[in-house]
Design a protein around this ligand. Structure first.
Ligand SMILES: NC(=O)c1ccc[n+]([C@@H]2O[C@H](COP(=O)([O-])OP(=O)(O)OC[C@H]3O[C@@H](n4cnc5c(N)ncnc54)[C@H](OP(=O)(O)O)[C@@H]3O)[C@@H](O)[C@H]2O)c1
Length: 254
């Protein structure tokens, strides 16, 4: 009987939005497989708490403060991460926000903040960190897309637009890097019980509506995401590129 125990020892994984939710869960999973984690967000205290959790698992992590919407801050991040930890072999573009309202009620600033956080940041991060992966024969880029890359709901115009475009970016970059051992994939979560969705979970009507749309009958647990990220970053993921993996409890199968 074979067991699957991915090893990422010696690898540096940069995870944006690592202060909580899915980013935190992926940080813990990859750290347990031996990767050093560069934890990125705007919240020093929350990152310090995740760093302590990683260390409690005998893992290694460093924290970096950056607003991923800002070109100059991403450029500084690349310099600081490389100086303190060396080149990143794994980049997980996970930072994201959602603003739920009807399209006609969006201000341009709100629209732009969703697009900048969920899409333009990924361009900035990939542009900064891909050069470190090129020529090494190994690299992994995971972009947190969404079921909203594939389907949509009312009040999701900016979010859906950003996540569908992110899927396009994922495919194009995968093709650019395909011969170099650098894979680029999307992970499309369905509804997970993170802070982003607390407003829905705490509203009995919305909660019931969501649960009835998830065939497995529950919200995703953050632990569900770590193993998938780990698999895609491992050698077992080397022939998987330019695609998007739904982890949605069956939502999109209906
Ligand atoms: N939860 C779901 O059901 C679900 C479903 C589909 C897709 N996703 C996607 O999965 C990703 C993670 O979602 P989540 O549920 O874990 O969200 P979350 O709990 O709200 O966490 C969002 C993370 O993004 C970071 N972030 C937001 N804006 C940022 C900025 N300008 N610069 C740097 N970091 C920023 C936050 O960090 P700070 O606030 O500390 O800076 C936080 O760590 C997102 O891309 C989301 O769209 C989630």
């Amino acid at each position: 009987m074979s067991t699957f125990t991915p090893q990422l020892a010696g690898k540096l994984a940069l995870i944006t939005g690592a202060s909580k939710g899915l980013g935190r869960a992926m940080a813990l999973a990859l750290a347990q497989a031996g990767a050093t984690i560069a934890l990125v967000s705007r919240d020093q205290a929350k990152l310090a708490s995740v760093k302590a959790e990683v260390q409690a698992l005998n893992g290694k992590a460093e924290l970096f403060i950056a607003d991923v919407r800002q070109e100059a801050q991403v450029a500084t991040l690349e310099k600081e991460v490389t100086a303190r930890c060396g080149p990143a072999q794994i980049l997980i573009n996970n930072a994201g926000i959602n603003i739920r309202k009807n399209l006609t009620e969006f201000t341009l600033d709100e629209w732009q903040s969703v697009i900048d956080t969920n899409l333009t940041s990924v361009f900035l991060l990939c542009r900064a960190f891909v050069p470190h992966m090129r020529g090494t024969g190994y690299g992994r880029i995971l972009n947190m897309t969404s079921i909203m890359s594939h389907i949509s709901l009312p009040q999701r115009s900016a979010y859906s637009a950003s996540k569908a475009a992110l899927l396009g970016l994922t495919k194009a970059l995968a093709l650019e890097l395909a011969t170099e051992g650098v894979t680029v994939n999307g992970i499309s979560p369905g509804p997970f019980a993170t802070e982003m969705n607390q407003v829905l979970i705490q509203n009995p009507e919305a909660n019931a509506q969501f649960l009835s749309s998830i065939p497995v009958g529950r919200w995703g647990k953050v632990e569900d995401i770590g193993s998938l990220a780990l698999f895609l970053c491992s050698d077992a993921g080397s022939f998987i590129t330019g695609t998007d993996i739904l982890i949605d409890g069956g939502w999109c199968a209906r």
